[in-house]
Design a protein around this ligand. Structure first.
Ligand SMILES: [Zn+2]
Length: 238
């Protein structure tokens, strides 16, 4: 009886260790030769944030962790109309990596299947995941379930008008695990929203959800300062 109370934190410690181990396994860190054993454990992850929080940095670091352990990864980013099919994932702090691209409407289950058939691949990383269409998010979910490969998607949660991107809405619905990549507003609170400004510095309150090649800038703010910037006094529905 007298050793009952210290047992509890110890049990919790083992539970935490076990959780980390199984999490690592499911992330593919102990895969390779034991692929079949861990096939049922792969997960679809969604790492979400607002603009300029360092998503690409986190993605590149996570991919590097696999490569450092002698494993292979497959990097994908959104293909825009005005870009070549050869993609690149670049981080604002100066690191970058070549990446394959996904186009709108492209079958990503088939793309993942083709990549896995070409050689070992322990994890798939997707940048600009907000630009996935909902069908593509389903294709990725099927790839996780049926091909047994972990997929880590990184994307923006909401657009400059405060609405979910369709790809992010589907990921929020389907992901096995979600993690927030955080950044802060100028006031020090967590930034969850973003404003779009034109080249004169004026806050834009409407426009296309996706704007490519313009001179707009994006500022991440907490919701209160985003509301102030958008002219929402809080007395009426926006
Ligand atoms: Zn703020």
């Amino acid at each position: 009886m007298h050793f009952r109370w210290p047992m509890q934190p110890l049990t919790r410690c083992y539970a935490e260790l076990l959780r980390q181990l199984t999490s690592d396994l499911s992330d593919g860190l102990a895969r390779g030769r034991s692929r079949r054993l861990f096939e049922g454990m792969a997960k679809l992850y969604f790492h979400y944030s607002t603009m300029n929080a360092g998503k690409s940095t986190v993605l590149l670091q996570a991919s590097h962790n696999y490569i450092e352990r002698g494993m292979q990864t497959y990097l994908l980013t959104a293909q825009f109309d005005n870009r070549a099919s050869e993609g690149k994932i670049a981080s604002r702090i100066g690191i970058g990596s070549a990446a394959d691209t996904f186009a709108r409407g492209e079958d990503l289950f088939a793309k993942v299947q083709t990549r896995l058939a070409a050689g070992p691949c322990q994890c798939i990383f997707i940048d600009e995941a907000q630009f996935l269409d909902p069908d593509q998010v389903w294709q990725l979910a099927r790839a996780v379930d049926d091909l047994g490969v972990p997929i880590m998607a990184y994307g923006l949660r909401v657009d400059f008008m405060g609405a979910l991107f369709p790809g992010s809405a589907a990921l929020l619905a389907l992901a096995d695990e979600m993690r927030e990549v955080r950044t802060i507003c100028h006031c020090g609170k967590k930034a969850t929203m973003v404003v779009r400004k034109d080249d004169q510095g004026n806050v834009l309150t409407d426009g296309d959800q996706v704007q490519i090649g313009g001179n707009e800038t994006y500022i991440s703010l907490c919701r209160r300062h985003w509301r102030a910037a958008m002219g929402d006094s809080g007395t009426t529905a926006r």
